[in-house]
Design a protein around this ligand. Structure first.
Ligand SMILES: O=C(CO)[C@H](O)[C@H](O)COP(=O)(O)O
Length: 216
C-alpha cells in the first residue's frame, strides 16, 4: 500500500502560512497535519480553531487535526466547522474514549487516537475496531524538532500485527523526529502515514523533501 505524508504545520512559517500551504497544495503531501496544543495536556501552546479555519480556506488537502488538549470531546463540532477531516484525540486525555470516538464519527469526521511514548498499543485492544487511525507519538508531544524515540518502531510492528490479525483498515500514523532514515524504519515496521515537521520545513526544499519521503 502507498503510504501517506502529512507535513506538520507546526514547523511552517506562521508569518507566511498561506505561502507554505500553497507550497503543500502543489506538493506530493497527502494531508496537512495540524497540531492544536493547550498548554495543559502538553507544555506548549500552538494555535487554535480561528487559525484552522483560515488554513482550511487555502488548503486543498484534508486537514489531519491532532488535538493535544484535555477534554477534546468539548471541541468536536469546532474541529468539524474548522474543516477537520481526521480528528485525533489522545488516549491519555479521554476518560470516555468510546463515547468521544462515536461523537467524532457522528460529527462526520474520521476518528483517530494518539498514544504518548509510554502508552502501550495493547491499551487499544477494545477500541481498535472503531478507529480510522492510530497516531503513535515517537517524541513526547509538545514541540517540533525533538529526537526520535526508537521504541516507536516496535510499537508500530505490534500494532500492525493487531490490525492485520483482525482484517481492519485502521491506519497507523507516526509523528515526531521523522526523517528519511526513521521514516524508512517506520514504513518497514508497518506504518501507513508519516508526519514530518522540522525535517520538511528546515530542509531548504520542503516540496522536494516531501517527494523524498513519499518515495521511501
Ligand atoms: O506533534 C508534534 C509535536 O508534538 C509535531 O507534529 C511533531 O513533533 C513534528 O515535529 P518534528 O517532525 O519536527 O519532530
Amino acid at each position: 500500500m502507498n503510504h501517506k505524508i502529512s507535513p506538520s504545520l507546526l514547523s511552517a512559517d506562521f508569518l507566511n502560512l498561506q505561502k507554505d500551504i500553497e507550497m503543500l497544495n502543489a506538493s506530493e503531501a497527502d494531508w496537512l497535519h495540524c497540531d492544536v496544543m493547550d498548554g495543559v495536556f502538553v507544555p506548549n501552546i500552538s494555535f487554535g480553531f480561528p487559525v484552522l479555519e483560515q488554513v482550511n480556506k487555502v488548503a486543498k488537502k484534508p486537514l489531519d487535526v491532532h488535538l493535544m488538549i484535555v477534554q477534546p470531546d468539548k471541541f468536536i463540532q469546532q474541529v468539524k466547522d474548522a474543516g477537520g477531516y481526521m480528528m485525533t484525540v489522545h488516549y491519555e486525555a479521554c476518560t470516555h474514549l468510546h463515547r468521544t470516538v462515536g461523537a467524532i464519527h457522528e460529527a462526520g469526521m474520521k476518528a483517530g487516537v494518539s498514544l504518548n511514548p509510554h502508552t502501550p498499543v495493547e491499551f487499544l485492544t477494545d477500541i481498535l475496531d472503531d478507529l480510522d487511525l492510530v497516531l503513535i507519538m515517537s517524541v513526547n508531544p509538545g514541540f517540533g524538532g525533538q529526537k526520535f524515540i526508537p521504541n516507536a518502531i516496535n510499537k508500530v510492528a505490534r500494532l500492525r500485527k493487531m490490525i492485520d490479525e483482525r482484517g481492519l483498515n485502521t491506519l497507523i500514523e507516526v509523528d515526531g523526529g521523522v526523517n528519511l532514515h526513521t521514516g524508512k524504519q517506520l514504513l518497514d515496521a508497518g506504518a501507513d502515514v508519516l508526519v514530518a515537521g522540522s525535517f520538511v520545513f528546515s530542509s531548504g526544499h520542503p516540496s522536494k523533501t516531501i517527494t523524498e519521503l513519499k518515495k521511501l
